[in-house]
Design a protein. Structure first.
Length: 602
Protein backbone atom coordinates (compact mmCIF):
# COMPACT_ATOMS: atom_id res chain seq x y z
CA UNK A 1 0.00 0.00 0.00
CA UNK A 2 1.08 3.58 -0.66
CA UNK A 3 0.90 6.32 1.97
CA UNK A 4 -1.75 9.01 1.54
CA UNK A 5 -1.16 12.54 2.72
CA UNK A 6 -4.86 13.03 3.47
CA UNK A 7 -4.95 9.98 5.74
CA UNK A 8 -6.05 6.46 4.91
CA UNK A 9 -4.45 3.74 2.85
CA UNK A 10 -4.27 3.35 -0.92
CA UNK A 11 -3.85 0.39 -3.21
CA UNK A 12 -1.06 0.21 -5.81
CA UNK A 13 -2.94 2.50 -8.25
CA UNK A 14 -3.35 5.15 -5.56
CA UNK A 15 -7.08 4.49 -5.01
CA UNK A 16 -8.23 5.16 -1.43
CA UNK A 17 -9.36 1.82 -0.01
CA UNK A 18 -11.98 3.26 2.35
CA UNK A 19 -13.64 5.52 -0.28
CA UNK A 20 -16.92 4.34 -1.89
CA UNK A 21 -16.61 4.05 -5.64
CA UNK A 22 -18.84 6.23 -7.78
CA UNK A 23 -17.60 4.82 -11.08
CA UNK A 24 -15.79 1.63 -11.99
CA UNK A 25 -14.68 0.98 -15.57
CA UNK A 26 -13.57 -2.53 -16.46
CA UNK A 27 -11.89 -3.71 -19.70
CA UNK A 28 -13.52 -0.97 -21.77
CA UNK A 29 -13.07 -1.15 -25.56
CA UNK A 30 -14.31 1.59 -27.92
CA UNK A 31 -14.07 0.99 -31.68
CA UNK A 32 -14.68 3.11 -34.76
CA UNK A 33 -15.39 1.09 -37.93
CA UNK A 34 -13.57 2.39 -41.01
CA UNK A 35 -13.14 1.25 -44.60
CA UNK A 36 -9.76 -0.16 -43.62
CA UNK A 37 -11.06 -2.09 -40.63
CA UNK A 38 -11.97 -1.30 -37.05
CA UNK A 39 -9.96 1.34 -35.15
CA UNK A 40 -9.66 0.82 -31.39
CA UNK A 41 -9.77 4.31 -29.90
CA UNK A 42 -9.85 2.86 -26.36
CA UNK A 43 -8.30 -0.55 -25.83
CA UNK A 44 -9.13 -2.62 -22.71
CA UNK A 45 -8.74 0.05 -20.04
CA UNK A 46 -9.80 -0.11 -16.39
CA UNK A 47 -9.97 2.50 -13.61
CA UNK A 48 -12.06 3.59 -10.59
CA UNK A 49 -13.19 6.98 -9.31
CA UNK A 50 -14.33 7.32 -5.70
CA UNK A 51 -16.67 9.77 -4.03
CA UNK A 52 -15.05 13.19 -3.65
CA UNK A 53 -12.05 12.17 -5.74
CA UNK A 54 -10.51 13.90 -8.75
CA UNK A 55 -8.94 11.53 -11.28
CA UNK A 56 -6.74 13.36 -13.78
CA UNK A 57 -6.39 11.90 -17.29
CA UNK A 58 -3.47 13.12 -19.42
CA UNK A 59 -1.94 12.10 -22.72
CA UNK A 60 -1.25 13.44 -26.18
CA UNK A 61 -3.88 14.53 -28.67
CA UNK A 62 -5.73 11.49 -30.02
CA UNK A 63 -4.78 9.24 -27.07
CA UNK A 64 -8.44 8.47 -26.31
CA UNK A 65 -8.94 10.75 -23.27
CA UNK A 66 -12.12 12.44 -24.48
CA UNK A 67 -13.43 9.17 -25.95
CA UNK A 68 -13.55 7.69 -22.45
CA UNK A 69 -15.80 10.49 -21.20
CA UNK A 70 -18.08 10.28 -24.23
CA UNK A 71 -18.37 6.50 -23.80
CA UNK A 72 -19.33 6.80 -20.14
CA UNK A 73 -22.04 9.37 -20.78
CA UNK A 74 -23.32 7.64 -23.94
CA UNK A 75 -22.40 10.37 -26.41
CA UNK A 76 -20.00 8.61 -28.76
CA UNK A 77 -20.24 9.99 -32.28
CA UNK A 78 -21.45 7.39 -34.80
CA UNK A 79 -20.14 5.02 -35.96
CA UNK A 80 -18.15 4.75 -32.72
CA UNK A 81 -19.41 2.18 -30.24
CA UNK A 82 -18.48 0.40 -27.02
CA UNK A 83 -17.74 -3.21 -27.99
CA UNK A 84 -16.59 -4.68 -24.67
CA UNK A 85 -16.26 -3.97 -20.97
CA UNK A 86 -18.39 -2.59 -18.16
CA UNK A 87 -19.21 0.94 -16.98
CA UNK A 88 -20.48 0.57 -13.41
CA UNK A 89 -21.99 3.82 -12.11
CA UNK A 90 -23.42 3.78 -8.58
CA UNK A 91 -23.64 -0.01 -8.72
CA UNK A 92 -25.35 -0.29 -12.14
CA UNK A 93 -23.89 -1.07 -15.55
CA UNK A 94 -24.63 1.86 -17.85
CA UNK A 95 -24.17 -0.42 -20.87
CA UNK A 96 -27.49 -2.05 -19.92
CA UNK A 97 -29.34 1.28 -19.99
CA UNK A 98 -31.69 2.21 -22.83
CA UNK A 99 -31.22 5.56 -24.64
CA UNK A 100 -34.14 6.97 -22.62
CA UNK A 101 -32.57 5.88 -19.34
CA UNK A 102 -29.24 7.42 -20.35
CA UNK A 103 -31.01 10.67 -21.21
CA UNK A 104 -32.33 10.83 -17.63
CA UNK A 105 -28.85 10.12 -16.23
CA UNK A 106 -27.15 12.86 -18.23
CA UNK A 107 -27.25 16.18 -16.44
CA UNK A 108 -29.01 14.98 -13.29
CA UNK A 109 -26.49 12.30 -12.23
CA UNK A 110 -23.55 12.77 -14.61
CA UNK A 111 -22.51 16.24 -15.72
CA UNK A 112 -20.25 16.90 -18.70
CA UNK A 113 -18.00 19.88 -19.34
CA UNK A 114 -17.16 19.75 -23.03
CA UNK A 115 -13.84 20.81 -24.54
CA UNK A 116 -15.29 23.31 -27.01
CA UNK A 117 -17.71 25.80 -25.42
CA UNK A 118 -18.65 27.34 -28.78
CA UNK A 119 -20.14 24.12 -30.16
CA UNK A 120 -21.72 22.98 -26.87
CA UNK A 121 -23.87 26.13 -26.52
CA UNK A 122 -26.91 26.84 -28.71
CA UNK A 123 -26.10 30.04 -30.65
CA UNK A 124 -29.81 30.88 -31.10
CA UNK A 125 -30.79 30.75 -27.41
CA UNK A 126 -29.77 33.12 -24.61
CA UNK A 127 -27.47 31.87 -21.88
CA UNK A 128 -30.26 32.37 -19.34
CA UNK A 129 -32.73 30.20 -21.23
CA UNK A 130 -30.15 27.44 -21.67
CA UNK A 131 -29.31 27.45 -17.97
CA UNK A 132 -32.87 27.62 -16.64
CA UNK A 133 -34.03 24.92 -19.06
CA UNK A 134 -31.24 22.62 -17.86
CA UNK A 135 -32.00 23.32 -14.19
CA UNK A 136 -35.75 22.70 -14.60
CA UNK A 137 -35.26 19.48 -16.60
CA UNK A 138 -32.81 17.98 -14.11
CA UNK A 139 -34.20 19.19 -10.77
CA UNK A 140 -37.93 19.82 -11.43
CA UNK A 141 -37.92 23.27 -9.79
CA UNK A 142 -40.29 26.12 -10.86
CA UNK A 143 -39.05 28.77 -13.34
CA UNK A 144 -38.53 31.49 -10.72
CA UNK A 145 -36.28 29.28 -8.61
CA UNK A 146 -34.47 28.04 -11.72
CA UNK A 147 -33.76 31.65 -12.67
CA UNK A 148 -32.30 32.39 -9.22
CA UNK A 149 -30.17 29.24 -9.38
CA UNK A 150 -28.91 30.27 -12.84
CA UNK A 151 -27.80 33.65 -11.47
CA UNK A 152 -26.07 31.94 -8.53
CA UNK A 153 -24.27 29.50 -10.86
CA UNK A 154 -22.96 32.28 -13.13
CA UNK A 155 -21.74 34.14 -10.05
CA UNK A 156 -20.12 30.95 -8.70
CA UNK A 157 -18.08 30.45 -11.88
CA UNK A 158 -16.82 34.04 -11.81
CA UNK A 159 -18.99 35.98 -14.27
CA UNK A 160 -19.65 39.57 -13.27
CA UNK A 161 -23.13 41.11 -13.63
CA UNK A 162 -24.76 37.65 -13.86
CA UNK A 163 -28.33 38.97 -14.19
CA UNK A 164 -27.37 40.99 -17.26
CA UNK A 165 -25.36 38.10 -18.72
CA UNK A 166 -28.43 35.83 -18.66
CA UNK A 167 -29.96 37.87 -21.50
CA UNK A 168 -26.95 37.58 -23.80
CA UNK A 169 -26.20 35.04 -26.53
CA UNK A 170 -23.06 32.85 -26.69
CA UNK A 171 -21.42 34.94 -29.41
CA UNK A 172 -21.50 37.95 -27.09
CA UNK A 173 -19.09 36.24 -24.68
CA UNK A 174 -15.35 35.75 -24.93
CA UNK A 175 -13.95 32.21 -25.19
CA UNK A 176 -13.13 32.09 -21.49
CA UNK A 177 -16.56 33.41 -20.50
CA UNK A 178 -18.27 30.76 -22.65
CA UNK A 179 -16.20 28.10 -20.91
CA UNK A 180 -17.46 29.32 -17.54
CA UNK A 181 -21.06 29.10 -18.78
CA UNK A 182 -20.46 25.49 -19.87
CA UNK A 183 -19.11 24.68 -16.40
CA UNK A 184 -22.22 26.22 -14.85
CA UNK A 185 -24.40 24.04 -17.13
CA UNK A 186 -22.55 20.90 -16.01
CA UNK A 187 -23.17 21.73 -12.35
CA UNK A 188 -26.81 22.74 -12.83
CA UNK A 189 -28.26 19.29 -12.03
CA UNK A 190 -26.15 18.71 -8.89
CA UNK A 191 -24.58 15.51 -10.38
CA UNK A 192 -22.72 12.71 -8.57
CA UNK A 193 -20.08 12.50 -11.31
CA UNK A 194 -18.64 15.30 -13.44
CA UNK A 195 -16.62 14.52 -16.56
CA UNK A 196 -14.52 17.60 -17.23
CA UNK A 197 -13.01 17.55 -20.72
CA UNK A 198 -10.42 20.37 -20.76
CA UNK A 199 -12.55 22.63 -18.49
CA UNK A 200 -9.86 25.29 -18.06
CA UNK A 201 -8.67 25.39 -21.67
CA UNK A 202 -9.81 28.97 -22.40
CA UNK A 203 -9.40 30.41 -18.91
CA UNK A 204 -6.75 32.80 -17.65
CA UNK A 205 -4.80 31.92 -14.52
CA UNK A 206 -6.98 33.94 -12.13
CA UNK A 207 -10.28 32.42 -13.30
CA UNK A 208 -8.59 29.03 -13.67
CA UNK A 209 -7.60 29.12 -10.00
CA UNK A 210 -11.17 30.08 -9.11
CA UNK A 211 -12.65 27.21 -11.18
CA UNK A 212 -10.19 24.67 -9.75
CA UNK A 213 -11.05 25.81 -6.22
CA UNK A 214 -14.75 25.49 -7.10
CA UNK A 215 -14.29 21.94 -8.44
CA UNK A 216 -12.27 20.88 -5.39
CA UNK A 217 -14.84 22.46 -3.06
CA UNK A 218 -17.71 20.59 -4.78
CA UNK A 219 -15.76 17.33 -4.55
CA UNK A 220 -15.11 17.71 -0.84
CA UNK A 221 -18.45 19.17 0.28
CA UNK A 222 -20.82 17.12 -1.91
CA UNK A 223 -18.75 14.00 -2.48
CA UNK A 224 -18.82 14.55 -6.25
CA UNK A 225 -16.43 12.37 -8.26
CA UNK A 226 -14.59 14.12 -11.11
CA UNK A 227 -12.79 12.75 -14.16
CA UNK A 228 -10.55 15.65 -15.15
CA UNK A 229 -9.23 15.39 -18.72
CA UNK A 230 -6.57 17.97 -19.46
CA UNK A 231 -3.28 18.59 -21.23
CA UNK A 232 -2.18 21.07 -18.55
CA UNK A 233 0.23 19.32 -16.18
CA UNK A 234 0.16 22.33 -13.85
CA UNK A 235 -3.61 21.99 -13.47
CA UNK A 236 -3.23 18.26 -12.76
CA UNK A 237 -0.67 19.06 -10.06
CA UNK A 238 -3.14 21.50 -8.49
CA UNK A 239 -6.45 19.64 -8.62
CA UNK A 240 -5.98 15.86 -9.05
CA UNK A 241 -5.71 13.15 -6.39
CA UNK A 242 -4.60 10.50 -8.86
CA UNK A 243 -3.36 10.61 -12.46
CA UNK A 244 -3.89 8.23 -15.37
CA UNK A 245 -1.51 8.63 -18.33
CA UNK A 246 -2.82 7.45 -21.73
CA UNK A 247 -1.12 6.71 -25.04
CA UNK A 248 -2.80 5.35 -28.21
CA UNK A 249 -5.95 4.25 -26.39
CA UNK A 250 -4.21 2.44 -23.56
CA UNK A 251 -3.30 3.34 -19.98
CA UNK A 252 0.47 3.68 -19.63
CA UNK A 253 0.68 4.50 -15.94
CA UNK A 254 -1.67 5.26 -13.01
CA UNK A 255 -0.87 6.45 -9.51
CA UNK A 256 -1.04 9.26 -6.95
CA UNK A 257 -0.32 12.68 -8.45
CA UNK A 258 2.85 13.10 -6.36
CA UNK A 259 4.32 9.85 -7.68
CA UNK A 260 3.35 10.28 -11.35
CA UNK A 261 4.59 13.89 -11.62
CA UNK A 262 7.49 13.59 -9.20
CA UNK A 263 8.86 10.14 -9.97
CA UNK A 264 7.31 8.74 -13.18
CA UNK A 265 8.24 5.18 -14.06
CA UNK A 266 7.41 4.91 -17.77
CA UNK A 267 9.53 6.57 -20.52
CA UNK A 268 6.45 8.11 -22.14
CA UNK A 269 5.39 9.76 -18.87
CA UNK A 270 8.92 11.10 -18.35
CA UNK A 271 8.97 12.47 -21.89
CA UNK A 272 5.54 14.09 -21.47
CA UNK A 273 6.57 15.87 -18.27
CA UNK A 274 9.84 17.03 -19.88
CA UNK A 275 7.79 18.90 -22.52
CA UNK A 276 6.08 21.14 -19.92
CA UNK A 277 7.24 24.77 -20.43
CA UNK A 278 9.07 25.98 -17.30
CA UNK A 279 7.81 29.16 -15.63
CA UNK A 280 11.11 30.12 -13.97
CA UNK A 281 13.42 30.33 -16.99
CA UNK A 282 13.43 30.77 -20.76
CA UNK A 283 14.41 28.00 -23.15
CA UNK A 284 15.79 28.33 -26.65
CA UNK A 285 13.71 25.36 -27.75
CA UNK A 286 11.03 23.16 -26.23
CA UNK A 287 11.63 19.52 -25.43
CA UNK A 288 9.42 17.41 -27.66
CA UNK A 289 8.01 13.95 -27.15
CA UNK A 290 9.30 10.93 -29.09
CA UNK A 291 5.81 9.39 -29.17
CA UNK A 292 4.23 11.98 -31.47
CA UNK A 293 1.23 11.45 -33.73
CA UNK A 294 2.08 9.15 -36.59
CA UNK A 295 5.80 9.84 -36.12
CA UNK A 296 5.40 13.06 -38.13
CA UNK A 297 8.09 15.73 -37.84
CA UNK A 298 8.04 19.37 -38.84
CA UNK A 299 10.29 20.18 -41.76
CA UNK A 300 12.53 23.24 -41.77
CA UNK A 301 12.90 25.42 -44.87
CA UNK A 302 15.39 27.70 -46.52
CA UNK A 303 13.56 31.06 -46.86
CA UNK A 304 15.86 32.17 -49.66
CA UNK A 305 14.62 29.48 -52.04
CA UNK A 306 11.33 28.29 -50.56
CA UNK A 307 7.95 29.56 -51.74
CA UNK A 308 7.11 30.90 -48.26
CA UNK A 309 10.15 33.17 -48.27
CA UNK A 310 9.57 34.69 -51.70
CA UNK A 311 8.14 38.19 -52.05
CA UNK A 312 4.63 38.61 -53.35
CA UNK A 313 4.32 40.34 -56.70
CA UNK A 314 1.48 42.86 -56.40
CA UNK A 315 0.07 44.69 -59.36
CA UNK A 316 -1.19 47.91 -57.75
CA UNK A 317 1.14 50.76 -56.89
CA UNK A 318 -0.20 50.83 -53.31
CA UNK A 319 0.85 47.25 -52.79
CA UNK A 320 4.29 47.90 -54.22
CA UNK A 321 4.71 50.80 -51.79
CA UNK A 322 3.74 48.49 -48.93
CA UNK A 323 6.21 45.86 -50.15
CA UNK A 324 9.02 48.40 -50.20
CA UNK A 325 8.12 50.01 -46.86
CA UNK A 326 7.91 46.66 -45.06
CA UNK A 327 11.54 46.02 -45.95
CA UNK A 328 12.71 49.33 -44.44
CA UNK A 329 10.32 50.03 -41.54
CA UNK A 330 11.60 49.08 -38.09
CA UNK A 331 8.09 49.29 -36.59
CA UNK A 332 5.71 46.65 -37.89
CA UNK A 333 2.58 47.65 -35.96
CA UNK A 334 1.70 50.90 -34.23
CA UNK A 335 -1.60 51.38 -32.39
CA UNK A 336 -2.70 54.73 -31.00
CA UNK A 337 -5.60 55.34 -28.58
CA UNK A 338 -7.71 52.38 -29.70
CA UNK A 339 -11.27 52.31 -28.34
CA UNK A 340 -14.20 50.02 -29.03
CA UNK A 341 -17.48 49.32 -27.20
CA UNK A 342 -20.08 46.56 -27.44
CA UNK A 343 -23.75 46.83 -26.45
CA UNK A 344 -24.74 44.68 -23.45
CA UNK A 345 -28.29 46.05 -23.23
CA UNK A 346 -30.07 47.60 -26.19
CA UNK A 347 -32.52 50.47 -25.94
CA UNK A 348 -33.92 53.13 -28.23
CA UNK A 349 -33.00 55.58 -25.46
CA UNK A 350 -29.29 56.24 -25.36
CA UNK A 351 -29.28 56.84 -21.61
CA UNK A 352 -30.68 53.36 -20.96
CA UNK A 353 -28.17 51.47 -23.09
CA UNK A 354 -25.50 49.48 -21.26
CA UNK A 355 -22.16 49.32 -23.04
CA UNK A 356 -19.08 47.22 -22.46
CA UNK A 357 -16.05 49.40 -23.14
CA UNK A 358 -13.93 46.46 -24.31
CA UNK A 359 -10.81 48.43 -25.32
CA UNK A 360 -9.83 51.74 -23.73
CA UNK A 361 -7.12 53.99 -25.15
CA UNK A 362 -4.73 51.17 -26.05
CA UNK A 363 -1.40 52.25 -27.54
CA UNK A 364 1.77 50.29 -28.25
CA UNK A 365 4.40 49.67 -30.91
CA UNK A 366 5.66 46.28 -32.11
CA UNK A 367 9.06 46.11 -33.75
CA UNK A 368 9.64 44.27 -36.98
CA UNK A 369 10.54 40.61 -36.30
CA UNK A 370 9.51 40.86 -32.64
CA UNK A 371 7.34 38.46 -30.64
CA UNK A 372 4.96 40.59 -28.60
CA UNK A 373 2.78 38.95 -25.93
CA UNK A 374 -0.59 40.13 -24.64
CA UNK A 375 -1.86 38.59 -21.40
CA UNK A 376 -4.80 39.24 -19.10
CA UNK A 377 -7.94 37.69 -17.75
CA UNK A 378 -10.83 36.50 -19.91
CA UNK A 379 -12.74 39.51 -21.25
CA UNK A 380 -9.83 41.90 -20.72
CA UNK A 381 -9.78 42.86 -24.41
CA UNK A 382 -6.79 40.82 -25.65
CA UNK A 383 -8.54 39.14 -28.58
CA UNK A 384 -10.49 42.33 -29.39
CA UNK A 385 -7.23 44.26 -29.86
CA UNK A 386 -5.95 41.46 -32.10
CA UNK A 387 -9.11 41.52 -34.21
CA UNK A 388 -8.86 45.29 -34.61
CA UNK A 389 -5.27 44.93 -35.87
CA UNK A 390 -6.36 42.15 -38.26
CA UNK A 391 -9.18 44.35 -39.59
CA UNK A 392 -12.00 42.13 -38.30
CA UNK A 393 -13.27 44.88 -35.95
CA UNK A 394 -13.30 48.58 -36.67
CA UNK A 395 -12.45 50.73 -33.64
CA UNK A 396 -14.75 53.55 -32.60
CA UNK A 397 -11.63 55.73 -32.33
CA UNK A 398 -7.90 55.37 -32.68
CA UNK A 399 -5.61 54.16 -35.44
CA UNK A 400 -3.62 51.09 -36.45
CA UNK A 401 -0.60 51.44 -38.72
CA UNK A 402 0.92 48.37 -40.38
CA UNK A 403 4.40 49.07 -41.74
CA UNK A 404 3.50 52.76 -41.73
CA UNK A 405 0.20 52.37 -43.61
CA UNK A 406 -3.01 53.34 -41.81
CA UNK A 407 -5.41 50.37 -41.95
CA UNK A 408 -8.31 51.91 -39.96
CA UNK A 409 -9.04 55.38 -41.36
CA UNK A 410 -10.47 54.17 -44.69
CA UNK A 411 -10.81 50.39 -44.29
CA UNK A 412 -11.93 49.82 -47.91
CA UNK A 413 -9.12 51.85 -49.48
CA UNK A 414 -6.36 50.15 -51.43
CA UNK A 415 -3.79 51.19 -48.84
CA UNK A 416 -5.78 49.69 -45.95
CA UNK A 417 -6.54 46.44 -47.80
CA UNK A 418 -2.92 45.99 -48.85
CA UNK A 419 -1.77 46.70 -45.29
CA UNK A 420 -4.14 44.12 -43.82
CA UNK A 421 -2.97 41.60 -46.43
CA UNK A 422 0.31 41.44 -44.53
CA UNK A 423 -1.55 40.17 -41.43
CA UNK A 424 -2.91 36.67 -40.81
CA UNK A 425 -4.54 35.26 -37.70
CA UNK A 426 -4.48 31.84 -36.04
CA UNK A 427 -7.72 31.67 -34.09
CA UNK A 428 -8.27 30.24 -30.62
CA UNK A 429 -10.63 27.48 -31.73
CA UNK A 430 -9.36 25.62 -34.80
CA UNK A 431 -12.56 23.59 -35.21
CA UNK A 432 -15.06 26.45 -35.50
CA UNK A 433 -12.66 28.47 -37.69
CA UNK A 434 -12.42 25.67 -40.28
CA UNK A 435 -15.33 25.06 -42.65
CA UNK A 436 -16.58 21.53 -41.83
CA UNK A 437 -17.89 21.05 -45.39
CA UNK A 438 -14.60 21.82 -47.11
CA UNK A 439 -11.69 19.47 -47.56
CA UNK A 440 -8.35 20.56 -46.15
CA UNK A 441 -6.99 21.26 -49.63
CA UNK A 442 -9.80 23.76 -50.30
CA UNK A 443 -9.42 25.37 -46.87
CA UNK A 444 -5.70 26.05 -47.31
CA UNK A 445 -5.92 27.05 -50.98
CA UNK A 446 -8.71 29.59 -50.35
CA UNK A 447 -6.37 32.48 -49.33
CA UNK A 448 -4.08 31.61 -52.24
CA UNK A 449 -6.97 31.96 -54.68
CA UNK A 450 -8.35 35.08 -52.95
CA UNK A 451 -5.03 36.93 -53.04
CA UNK A 452 -4.24 35.49 -56.50
CA UNK A 453 -0.81 34.37 -55.36
CA UNK A 454 -0.85 31.98 -58.32
CA UNK A 455 -3.30 31.47 -61.14
CA UNK A 456 -2.19 27.92 -61.83
CA UNK A 457 -4.38 25.26 -60.14
CA UNK A 458 -1.65 22.60 -60.27
CA UNK A 459 0.80 25.00 -58.65
CA UNK A 460 -1.80 25.81 -55.96
CA UNK A 461 -2.21 22.09 -55.20
CA UNK A 462 1.57 21.70 -54.96
CA UNK A 463 1.77 24.64 -52.54
CA UNK A 464 -0.95 23.10 -50.34
CA UNK A 465 0.89 19.77 -50.22
CA UNK A 466 4.11 21.58 -49.37
CA UNK A 467 2.45 23.50 -46.52
CA UNK A 468 0.91 20.32 -45.10
CA UNK A 469 4.31 18.63 -45.20
CA UNK A 470 5.87 21.65 -43.53
CA UNK A 471 3.49 21.57 -40.55
CA UNK A 472 3.94 17.83 -40.13
CA UNK A 473 0.61 16.49 -41.43
CA UNK A 474 1.72 15.10 -44.77
CA UNK A 475 0.18 15.66 -48.19
CA UNK A 476 -2.32 12.81 -47.67
CA UNK A 477 -4.26 15.09 -45.28
CA UNK A 478 -5.35 17.30 -48.20
CA UNK A 479 -8.38 15.19 -49.12
CA UNK A 480 -9.75 14.81 -45.59
CA UNK A 481 -12.29 16.94 -43.69
CA UNK A 482 -11.62 18.83 -40.41
CA UNK A 483 -13.69 16.42 -38.28
CA UNK A 484 -11.30 13.61 -39.18
CA UNK A 485 -8.46 15.25 -37.24
CA UNK A 486 -7.62 15.67 -33.57
CA UNK A 487 -7.46 19.12 -31.95
CA UNK A 488 -3.70 19.36 -32.39
CA UNK A 489 -3.89 18.36 -36.04
CA UNK A 490 -6.64 20.92 -36.71
CA UNK A 491 -4.45 23.63 -35.22
CA UNK A 492 -1.69 22.67 -37.65
CA UNK A 493 -4.19 23.03 -40.51
CA UNK A 494 -5.03 26.52 -39.22
CA UNK A 495 -1.32 27.43 -39.20
CA UNK A 496 -0.89 26.12 -42.76
CA UNK A 497 -3.86 28.22 -43.90
CA UNK A 498 -2.44 31.32 -42.20
CA UNK A 499 0.88 30.81 -44.01
CA UNK A 500 -0.81 30.35 -47.40
CA UNK A 501 -0.95 34.10 -48.08
CA UNK A 502 2.70 34.55 -47.03
CA UNK A 503 2.06 37.07 -44.22
CA UNK A 504 4.64 39.29 -42.60
CA UNK A 505 2.66 39.50 -39.36
CA UNK A 506 1.14 36.48 -37.61
CA UNK A 507 -1.41 36.99 -34.83
CA UNK A 508 -1.66 33.89 -32.63
CA UNK A 509 -4.79 34.00 -30.47
CA UNK A 510 -4.42 31.16 -27.93
CA UNK A 511 -2.89 28.87 -30.60
CA UNK A 512 -2.04 26.11 -28.12
CA UNK A 513 -4.97 26.41 -25.67
CA UNK A 514 -6.56 23.15 -26.86
CA UNK A 515 -3.32 21.19 -27.23
CA UNK A 516 -1.57 18.73 -24.95
CA UNK A 517 2.01 19.50 -23.94
CA UNK A 518 3.56 17.18 -26.52
CA UNK A 519 1.78 18.77 -29.49
CA UNK A 520 2.11 22.20 -27.88
CA UNK A 521 5.89 21.80 -27.89
CA UNK A 522 5.81 20.94 -31.60
CA UNK A 523 3.53 23.88 -32.50
CA UNK A 524 5.57 26.39 -30.50
CA UNK A 525 8.84 25.11 -31.98
CA UNK A 526 7.24 25.43 -35.42
CA UNK A 527 6.23 29.04 -34.75
CA UNK A 528 9.72 29.84 -33.50
CA UNK A 529 11.24 28.27 -36.62
CA UNK A 530 8.86 30.19 -38.89
CA UNK A 531 9.77 33.45 -37.21
CA UNK A 532 13.49 32.78 -37.57
CA UNK A 533 13.22 31.56 -41.16
CA UNK A 534 10.74 34.10 -42.51
CA UNK A 535 11.38 37.11 -40.26
CA UNK A 536 7.76 37.13 -39.09
CA UNK A 537 6.44 39.63 -36.59
CA UNK A 538 4.25 37.83 -34.08
CA UNK A 539 1.55 38.86 -31.63
CA UNK A 540 1.08 36.06 -29.14
CA UNK A 541 -2.10 36.08 -27.03
CA UNK A 542 -2.37 33.50 -24.29
CA UNK A 543 -3.51 32.91 -20.73
CA UNK A 544 -0.68 30.40 -20.32
CA UNK A 545 2.05 32.51 -18.71
CA UNK A 546 4.87 29.92 -18.99
CA UNK A 547 4.21 29.69 -22.74
CA UNK A 548 4.21 33.49 -23.05
CA UNK A 549 7.53 33.61 -21.22
CA UNK A 550 9.06 31.18 -23.69
CA UNK A 551 7.71 32.83 -26.84
CA UNK A 552 7.88 36.61 -26.34
CA UNK A 553 10.48 39.36 -26.00
CA UNK A 554 8.02 41.90 -24.57
CA UNK A 555 4.63 41.54 -22.89
CA UNK A 556 1.62 43.83 -22.45
CA UNK A 557 -0.66 43.11 -19.48
CA UNK A 558 -4.33 44.02 -20.01
CA UNK A 559 -7.17 44.38 -17.53
CA UNK A 560 -10.71 45.63 -18.22
CA UNK A 561 -9.73 46.88 -21.69
CA UNK A 562 -6.70 48.87 -20.56
CA UNK A 563 -2.98 48.21 -20.62
CA UNK A 564 -1.60 48.02 -17.08
CA UNK A 565 2.00 47.43 -17.96
CA UNK A 566 4.36 46.80 -20.89
CA UNK A 567 7.74 45.32 -20.04
CA UNK A 568 10.49 43.03 -21.25
CA UNK A 569 9.60 39.41 -20.51
CA UNK A 570 12.31 38.79 -17.94
CA UNK A 571 11.56 42.04 -16.12
CA UNK A 572 7.84 41.29 -15.97
CA UNK A 573 8.25 37.81 -14.52
CA UNK A 574 11.00 38.71 -12.08
CA UNK A 575 9.91 42.20 -11.00
CA UNK A 576 6.36 43.13 -12.12
CA UNK A 577 5.43 46.73 -11.33
CA UNK A 578 1.62 46.75 -11.49
CA UNK A 579 -0.42 45.06 -8.75
CA UNK A 580 -2.48 43.14 -11.33
CA UNK A 581 0.67 41.80 -13.02
CA UNK A 582 1.94 40.61 -9.64
CA UNK A 583 -1.38 38.86 -8.98
CA UNK A 584 -1.36 37.05 -12.35
CA UNK A 585 2.17 35.77 -11.90
CA UNK A 586 1.52 34.66 -8.32
CA UNK A 587 -1.46 32.55 -9.43
CA UNK A 588 0.43 30.37 -11.92
CA UNK A 589 -0.10 26.68 -11.01
CA UNK A 590 2.72 25.36 -8.84
CA UNK A 591 4.91 22.76 -10.54
CA UNK A 592 7.19 22.05 -7.58
CA UNK A 593 6.45 18.31 -7.63
CA UNK A 594 7.52 17.86 -11.25
CA UNK A 595 10.54 15.64 -11.62
CA UNK A 596 13.58 17.57 -12.89
CA UNK A 597 14.57 14.38 -14.65
CA UNK A 598 12.97 13.36 -17.90
CA UNK A 599 13.58 12.43 -21.47
CA UNK A 600 14.69 15.62 -23.19
CA UNK A 601 14.22 15.23 -26.91
CA UNK A 602 15.20 17.87 -29.44
Amino acid sequence: MLPNSTGGARDQSGQLLDRPQTLSVRDLVVEFPTRRGSLKAVDTIAFDVGEGEVLGVVGESGAGKSTIGNAIIGLLEPPGRVTAGEIIFQGENLRDYSPEQMRRVRGSKIGMIFQDPQTSLNPLVTIGNQLTETIMSTTNVPPAEAHDRAVALLEAVGLDEPRLRLNLYPHEFSGGMRQRVVIALALAGDPALVIADEPTTALDVSVQAQILDLIKSICRSRGVAVIFVTHDIGVIATVADRVTVMYQGQIVETGPVEQILGAPKQPYTKSLIAAVPPSDRKLKRFSSVDFIEGGSKFRSIDPRTHWLGQSLQFSSSENQILEQSSDTMTTAISTRDLNISFVLKKSIFKSQRILNHAVKNVSFDIHRGESFGIVGESGSGKSTVARIIAGLYRPSSGTVEIFGRNSTAKPQSRAAISARRAVQMIFQDPYSSLNPRMRVESIISEPIRYHRTTENSSETAAIVRDLLDHVGLGSSAAQRFPHEFSGGQRQRIAIARALASRPRILICDEPTSALDVSVQAQILNLLKDLQDELGLTMIFISHDLPVIRQMCERIAVMKAGEICEIADTQDLFEDPKHAYSKMLISMMPALDMLSPQGVSVS
